[in-house]
Design a binder for this molecule. Structure first.
Ligand code: 26Q
Length: 868
């Protein structure tokens, strides 16, 4: 914290800061140092208390509060208020409720001083806040009525809000679901992230089918959901020199200093007062601009360093599953971990406990390797600033951190060049070398004469350039490591962490299968289904939304025809809702009586959108070969794609282009149009997912076996009664275990086959014509220009024809068979609906409440703290 020293106080005994004197949470009360009892800090208690507002939840009070915000917060008037203004006023009114709950929650934590957990994630893909806040507060009906009385429609206002798109995909959305569950379970869990000025880029699709990227200025209009905390500010240093001094310590000085400013986002729990905090850091220059250069007329130079400070939190990196060494990304990582640790330690120090007790009060979860610098940073603070010995510091560090791995793809494991690290963070590089030395000595002791093992386990990858292996650092610096689905965690244990399991023992390597919050991913996105479930279970909504295994109660109704009818009606109405959106955005009207087949996720070769579009073209060519009478027997299908490709990912962008151009030809063919329609919906987001997921009949999760760590959208679709077409990969396996294999459509080779098949592709390839004549025909039709200039697609088609690293040729025929089984099953609509009900009813395991309780009990050792 930047502090000013009063010169008069120098030489005086240091006055201890009063406990809770000014907590960063806006705490109002205080505790007497002597008695330990509560006392009023200043002024007249009655006057303060009279000013405190309670929550007025009746319709007239809510209307009054909205009008009041129109008048004061917005300085607008009723006569020219548009939907956006009404959204803002409603948001400020809802926010008032959150602030009150948030204050009480934080006050409760401060008073009880429980152990807290912190979730460090570079991504929080929060989506919209208004609807979620109203539902979690239990105030949506009242707001609907109030807004109606003011002449607006609440759903229209909800759609005015921009998504908070501070993430790429699964990892970021998982963090958001976990915050919702943490608050709903009344756990002392805070998130720490970055307040990117620009979130994930907006995706535009050109008429040729090219993905174009536009910035996402989500903060352009003020954001009612964040509270700037101008008094919560920390210094963060970069570059400079680190000089070792006595006692293993060092002094790090010089270089660039920037400020981290806190912005708090309130995270309301469902059906509880508990409202937790997501603290996002913004970077700012420490000293405005350089006045000397300014006065000398060198304006560019004058603002150079202030620009470079502000640049740190300016944009989210839109790459997932790649490790590439850009200095700004490393700066983001250090800036965020350094600010977060200072904040966590300051809060701990308010407790006045010895620093050795830190692990009794603090657990920090590292969301992938992105925050791994927190490990050497905490070592630096403990040794250089707190005067601890190396061993004591390491003892603390390795009991505070926990690490989640989200991928086993070798190309995605994060590495940073030693030279870059040495320049940007000289002291941290020293500490990493010191950690490595001690660690490798211990490994050599346990496994003498095994140089290969030492080379594999070293924190440093030798070569040109030399790299720091962040996953190795995260593993050895953490108390426990976990993967995100059973198969994935087993792959972590047997592949990337094999040596570490042999060294540390297997008990350090656990599994927490991912989950999703049923509040957003059922109640909010599918209100009709939520209502039907509540009516059918004859339980209060909160009872099953907080214990999702209660959905099993629906199994009794699987054969109930009246219930089946209602279930079908809900699905149809969700299709109509989606169709309306598509018509209004793309001007294209889809057939809502068709089966909806959806694949939405980041574009990546391992996720195999290519397999899907090749399958679609196969179906199209097959339909063209049928007589009109034969076609009439075919089940009409609408195939929907959405997802963003990393801006530099050429092959993924070509896949989008192929989808768009195939769609154009297929949708325009009068012979087949009735039976097959294909669309690529631009700019996939949390909000678009909320529209798409409830409308799907089937969804596709078709990664090459062993490549998708878990997947979470698979869970969202199944919870909403969509059936799964997938490979035996990630969480698909556990979904099938729960809902029954008879209710999923599995296909493709299994994980243990993959290595051998890849070897075969490399050393004795079998031509596509031989392996799958159907696929060969599809590839040839594309090359021949059936969907526009075929030469454009050659680089994409070559990934299939040569090398085929993701095994499209190996899985194609069984994929087509699985889709044929889908068609067959859909013919018997009653059986299909039963499958749909069964699936949804047995998805209880995948509530993120289960995950967060597991983390709380088995990892963090934290307990619920009910707000009185
Ligand atoms: C790393 C270095 C430099 C720049 C960017 C990155 C980076 C950014 C984002 C690397 C990875 C990501 C995101 C990964 C991700 O979303 N993984 C997904 O995590 C989900 C939640 O556990 C799983 O369900 C998915 O299977 C997994 O792919």
């Amino acid at each position: 914290m930047t502090s000013t020293v009063d010169p008069k106080s120098i030489g005086q005994p240091v006055k201890k800061p009063r406990r809770h004197q000014r907590s960063a949470t806006g705490y109002l009360g205080d505790i007497d140092d002597k008695t330990g009892k509560e006392k009023w800090p200043r002024g007249e208690e009655e006057v303060w208390k009279a000013g405190l507002r309670g929550i007025d939840a009746d319709v007239p009070s809510i209307s009054k509060s909205i009008v009041n915000h129109v008048q004061t917060s917005l300085a607008r008037q009723a006569y020219n208020l548009d939907d956006f203004g009404a959204y803002q006023a409603a948001a400020y009114s809802v926010r008032d409720n959150l602030i009150i709950n948030w204050n009480e929650t934080q006050m409760n934590y401060t008073r009880k001083s429980p152990k807290r957990a912190y979730y460090l994630s570079l991504e929080f893909l929060m989506g919209r806040a208004l609807d979620n806040a109203m539902l979690n507060l239990g105030l949506k009906d009242q707001y609907t009525a109030s807004v109606d009385k003011l002449g607006f429609n609440l759903e229209d206002l909800i759609h005015q809000e921009r998504d908070a798109g501070l993430g790429n995909g699964g990892l970021g959305r998982l963090a958001a679901c976990y915050l919702d569950s943490g608050a709903s379970q009344e756990l002392p869990l805070w998130g720490y992230g970055l307040r990117y000025k620009y979130g994930i880029f907006q995706q535009l699709i050109s008429p040729e089918g090219a993905q174009l990227e536009a910035p996402d200025p989500w903060l352009e209009h003020s954001n009612p959901w964040e509270l700037p905390r101008v008094d919560v500010v920390y210094d963060v240093r970069f570059y400079g020199h680190a000089e070792r001094i006595e006692g293993g310590k060092a002094v790090w000085s010089g270089g660039q200093e920037v400020l981290a400013i806190a912005y708090d986002v309130m995270v309301p729990g469902y059906d509880t007062k508990t409202t937790n905090n997501l603290r996002l850091w913004e970077s700012k220059p420490k000293r405005g601009f350089d006045l000397n250069s300014f006065n000398a007329g060198d304006y560019e130079r004058a603002v150079e360093s202030s620009n470079s400070a502000a640049a740190i939190t300016s944009v989210l990196y839109p790459n997932d599953h790649t490790s590439f060494g850009k200095e700004l990304r490393l700066k983001q990582q250090y800036f965020w971990t350094a600010a977060s640790l200072q904040d966590i330690l300051r809060r701990f120090k308010n407790l006045e406990k010895p620093i050795t007790e830190l692990p009794d009060y603090v657990a920090i979860q590292l969301n992938d390797t992105h925050p791994t610098l927190a490990i050497p940073e905490l070592m630096r603070i403990l040794i250089d600033e707190e005067d601890l010995s190396w061993d004591k510091a390491w003892q603390i560090v390795t009991n505070v951190f926990f690490f989640t791995n989200h991928t086993v793809l070798p190309e995605a494991l994060e590495k940073w060049p030693v030279s870059l690290m040495e320049n940007l963070l000289p002291r941290h590089m020293q500490i990493i070398y010191d950690i490595n030395l001690g660690f490798l000595q211990a490994v050599a002791k346990k496994f003498p004469h095994d140089l290969d093992r030492l080379a594999r386990m070293s924190l440093i990858e030798e070569g040109f350039p030399k790299n720091v292996r962040m996953a190795n650092l995260a593993v050895i610096g953490s108390r426990k490591v976990n993967g995100v689905a059973e198969l994935h965690s087993e792959l972590v244990r047997t592949t990337i962490c094999k040596d570490f399991v042999e060294f540390f023992g297997v008990s350090k390597f656990g599994n927490v299968t991912n989950g999703i919050t049923p509040r957003r991913w059922l109640d909010q996105c599918n209100p009709l289904l939520s209502q039907l479930i509540t009516d059918t279970l004859k339980l209060p909504k909160a009872a099953w939304l907080k214990d999702l295994t209660k959905l099993q109660g629906l199994l009794k109704f699987v054969d109930d025809t009246a219930f089946q009818k209602k279930w079908t009606a809900v699905k149809h109405s969700n299709k109509e809702r989606l169709a309306l959106y598509i018509e209004s955005t793309l001007g294209y009207k889809i057939n809502t009586s068709a089966m909806f087949d959806v694949q939405v996720k980041r574009l990546h070769e391992y996720k195999r959108q290519t397999l899907n579009i090749l399958g679609v073209i196969h179906r199209y060519l097959w339909l063209k070969g049928l007589t009109p009478a034969e076609r009439k027997k075919v089940n009409p299908k609408v195939v929907l794609f959405a997802g963003k490709a990393a801006p530099g990912y050429y092959v993924a962008k070509l896949t989008i282009r192929l989808i768009v151009n195939a769609a154009r030809v297929i949708n325009a063919d009068p012979e087949t149009k009735e039976y097959l329609e294909v669309l690529f919906l631009p700019d996939y987001s949390v909000s678009l997912a909320e529209l798409l997921i409830p409308a799907s009949d089937i969804s596709q999760h078709i990664s090459t076996a062993g490549t998708e760590a878990s997947g979470t959208s698979n869970m969202k679709f199944c919870l909403n009664g969509g059936l799964l077409v997938g490979t035996v990969d990630g969480a698909n396996i556990e979904i099938a275990e729960e809902v029954g294999e008879e209710n999923v459509f599995f296909f493709g080779h299994l994980t243990p086959d993959v290595e051998g098949l890849r070897y075969q592709h490399a050393y004795s390839p079998i031509p596509v014509e031989q392996k799958s004549p159907g696929l060969a025909n599809v590839l040839n039709q594309i090359s021949a220009g059936r969907f526009g200039d075929g030469s454009v697609y050659e680089p994409l088609l070559n990934t299939v024809r040569q090398g085929d690293y993701y095994l499209i040729t190996d899985d194609f025929d069984s994929y087509i068979q699985a889709l044929a089984m889908v068609d067959e099953a859909y013919q018997n609509r009653t059986e299909w609906i039963k499958k749909s009900i069964n699936t949804s009813a047995r998805m209880g395991k995948f509530s993120s409440d289960r995950c967060i309780i597991d983390y709380a009990q088995e990892y963090w050792n934290i307990e619920p703290q009910k707000v009185a």
